[in-house]
Write a protein that binds this ligand. Structure first.
Ligand SMILES: [Zn+2]
Ligand SMILES: [Zn+2]
Length: 278
């Protein structure tokens, strides 16, 4: 469990896990709310979030829509002014201010956003990807027009993926099973499932990028693993890190299968994917 609280300690909450994305937003509104260079937004699933106390102290300010909905909202403790999660948010996934966390969310910032609005006095000095407003809007609009994710109420809600995914239009991309090899074809992470999963998902990401796609464009993934019992938490961590690298986090249809053997004894995971894009 990862705990969070406001400065005065009257508002407390916890999250089961953070799935990402973990974005550093440099937009004008986030700069004003934070009184600093950027706000840190961390993606969590609704079912993983619990407000423990202080609901009566949380005030939410909604700024009038300036361009297109949704309106910008900020929630804070009315006693100490700290930014806190918006407890009324009923989206299946939403972002909380990472600065309010007391424990390590175990994932790290993955990108800077709205960098075209950053303060004149700020220099971004790390190597994280940077997205401008135009790039963010283009990526969000592109996937929502092509793919629709649903979970019929009659089926149990899957943790971290979707039961039904429709391709509404566009092109379909098939990606062959990716294993933990680098560009030279050498095994990465012998005997280390987590390292192999990270490499295999990373290779899917490379394949997607080669055709102008991102994890948010994935419709279906099939994941083959050895030793299911030992790897579930590690698999979910690697999967969530990969799917959570886009906004909102990708939630394709996923099938996870244990197999007796992959193409060599050393390989512990293979990931294949189908994507759709404009
Ligand atoms: Zn407070
Ligand atoms: Zn912002």
């Amino acid at each position: 469990m990862i705990r969070g609280s406001c400065l005065c300690g009257r508002v407390t909450f916890e999250i089961e896990r953070a799935i990402g994305p973990f974005e550093l937003c440099h937009c004008t509104r986030c700069r004003k709310v934070s009184g600093s260079a950027y706000l840190t937004w961390l993606g969590v699933r609704r079912e993983d979030f619990r407000l423990i106390q202080g609901a009566d102290l949380i005030t939410t300010y909604e700024r009038p829509v300036s361009e297109a909905p949704p309106a910008y909202r900020t929630s804070f403790c009315s006693r100490c002014g700290s930014q806190v999660p918006d407890p009324s948010n009923n989206e299946p996934w939403f972002e909380i201010p990472a600065g309010a966390l007391d424990d390590d969310p175990l994932i790290r910032p993955d990108k800077h956003i709205y960098t075209d609005f950053k303060a004149a006095w700020e220099d971004i000095t790390d190597d994280l990807p940077r997205m401008t407003k135009k790039e963010i809007q283009a990526s969000r609009n592109a996937s929502s027009k092509v793919i629709r994710f649903t979970n019929p109420a009659e089926l149990a809600r899957p943790p971290g993926y979707s039961n039904v995914v429709e391709i509404l239009r566009g092109r379909i991309v098939y990606i062959a099973g990716q294993i933990a090899v680098n560009q030279e074809g050498q095994l990465v992470g012998k005997g280390d499932f987590e390292a192999q999963a990270h490499q295999a998902f990373g290779n899917v990401g490379i394949a997607l990028r080669s055709v102008g796609c991102a994890p948010s464009d994935i419709v279906k993934m099939t994941v083959y693993v050895r030793n299911m019992e030992q790897i579930i938490p590690l698999y979910r961590k690697a999967r969530d890190r990969f799917l959570g690298s886009t906004t909102p986090p990708s939630a394709p249809a996923i099938t996870l299968v244990e197999v007796a053997k992959l193409f060599s004894d050393d390989f512990l995971i293979e990931v294949e994917a189908v994507a759709a894009a404009e």
